[in-house]
Design a protein around this ligand. Structure first.
Ligand code: ATP
Length: 294
């Protein structure tokens, strides 16, 4: 893995780096000739400042590809991707968190954060204070000297989140960061990410397979059709944000209804390649039964 994928660096000084994302008629293909795969598109999407957008959709619909395009790791085959009004450059466009933490095992927890701070241009004298603040933000106070292999998988993923926050980049991209974790750890980290996003006001794009996770985290959910993914549903989530009782929120009727709706839409997208403009009201039928299954 290249260092550009593991750390973030200072924002561009030539554009106002506000973290907005804009995709104009984006199509992406991998390979050539008979091996050619259209992974995603066409997709048009704008993510304004401070929004928490969750991308959900069937396996292989192109969620990770969209994230990679926004991060600047790939360039679209057709169309344009803009982050803060400019073509995204890997390492500078966004802080990125992957499914696995991808920490440097020869460095301590603090050493991993320090490296990101160094890439972010933070001078050595200010790093200890910034490092302590970042670790506190993800609930890992006092772990600086621990080895990465001495802490749990959930704690490692917390370090990865702290590292992605190090550059204070206004855009954060997370690609199924909790998929490999047990249910309890996953819920705790969801609460951390929700809180951090609300506190920092960062624009966030988060990829998941889980309707439950999408509704808990998102201020907006986009469901993609089966591959090549296009937008099947673009749904604002009007649940309270900021300082909320997570358990109460998860147990609320509004939460259950939204979760059932998103779950149904993902299943419909997987089965039929649901297209924009198709009626979605049918998705509300049978909500009660599906809620318990999602
Ligand atoms: N580097 C690559 N080379 C060739 N094909 C690729 C590459 N990466 C992804 N693909 C293909 O592009 C399509 C979209 O893949 P992508 O990983 O973006 O989907 P996804 O929605 O994130 O999938 P999942 O939910 O299973 O992680 C798939 O058909 C996949 O096989």
């Amino acid at each position: 893995m290249s260092s550009s994928e593991t750390t973030t660096a200072p924002a561009s000084t030539t554009t106002k780096h506000d973290g907005t994302v804009r995709l104009d008629h984006v199509v992406h293909r991998y390979g050539r000739g008979s091996a050619n795969v259209t992974a995603v598109g066409p997709v048009d999407l704008t993510v304004p400042v401070g929004e928490f957008l969750v991308l959900v959709g069937p396996s292989g619909c192109g969620k990770s590809t969209l994230l990679r395009l926004i991060a600047g790791f790939e360039r679209p085959t057709h169309g344009a991707v803009r982050v803060s009004g400019a073509e995204p450059r890997p390492g500078t466009a966004a802080g990125v968190v992957f499914q696995t933490p991808r920490l440097f095992p020869w460095r301590t927890v603090g050493g991993n954060i320090d490296l990101a701070l160094r890439y972010a241009g933070v001078d050595r004298a200010h790093r200890p204070e910034r490092r302590a603040r970042l670790l506190a933000r993800v609930g890992l106070e006092g772990t600086e000297k621990r080895r990465t292999w001495e802490i749990s998988g959930g704690q490692q993923q917390r370090v990865a989140i702290a590292r992605a926050l190090a550059a204070e980049n206004p855009l954060l991209l997370l690609d199924e960061p909790f998929a490999a974790l047990d249910a309890l750890t996953r819920e705790r980290l969801q609460e951390d990410v929700r809180r951090v996003a609300a506190q920092t006001g960062r624009t966030t794009v988060f990829v998941t397979h889980s309707a439950d996770e999408a509704v808990f985290l998102g201020s907006r959910i986009v469901v993609l059709t089966k591959g090549p993914g296009t937008v099947a549903l673009d749904l604002p989530i009007d649940l309270p944000r900021g300082d909320v009782d997570a358990e109460e929120l998860r147990e609320s009727r509004e939460f259950a209804e939204l979760r059932a709706r998103v779950s149904h839409e993902v299943k419909a997208a997987a089965a039929h390649g649901h297209r924009p403009g198709e009626p979605t009201d049918a998705s509300m039928q049978g909500i009660e039964e599906r809620t318990s299954q999602s």
